[in-house]
Design a protein around this ligand. Structure first.
Ligand code: THU
Length: 128
């Protein structure tokens, strides 16, 4: 398995663009597609708290808007003692495009955990 260094660097870099004046918890995400392209996202908060969007969804939506609907990996970076894992809503959104994608979670302290999305969201809602 690759070590996802480039993806982690992209996530750490975009984290600096986070707009998080309410939580003061900046998050960066970088998503790699089957074509080898990388799309990034940061969390963007709003004074009406419920309108906040997580870094993972911003990265995913940027990829889809660019016509790239086959993610293979997403790296997530935040300043937490344990590597941060994506919230449930983001897991479901990412699952739409690739249940098998790698989710690479890293703290600024260098600690890392790697999952398949299907491990993080078993029994996802996928049909109606
Ligand atoms: N956040 C993310 O960007 N990704 C996650 O997986 C969890 C939480 C953001 C949302 C909010 O701006 C801040 O972190 C605190 O919850």
């Amino acid at each position: 398995m690759e070590d996802f260094t480039r993806l982690l660097e992209a996530a750490a870099a975009v984290r600096r663009h986070a707009y998080a004046p309410y939580s003061r918890f900046p998050v960066g995400a970088a998503l790699q597609t089957a074509d080898g392209m990388i799309f990034t996202g940061c969390n963007i908060e709003n004074v009406s708290f419920g309108l906040t969007v997580c870094a993972e969804r911003v990265a995913c939506f940027a990829a889809v808007a660019a016509g790239q609907k086959e993610p293979v990996a997403l790296a997530l970076v935040a300043d937490t003692p344990e590597p941060p894992v994506p919230c449930g809503a983001c897991r479901q959104v990412l699952h739409e495009f690739s249940p098998a994608m790698w989710i690479v979670c890293a703290g600024l302290n260098g600690q890392k955990r790697i999952f398949r999305l299907s491990e993080l969201l078993p029994e996802a809602f996928s049909e109606f």
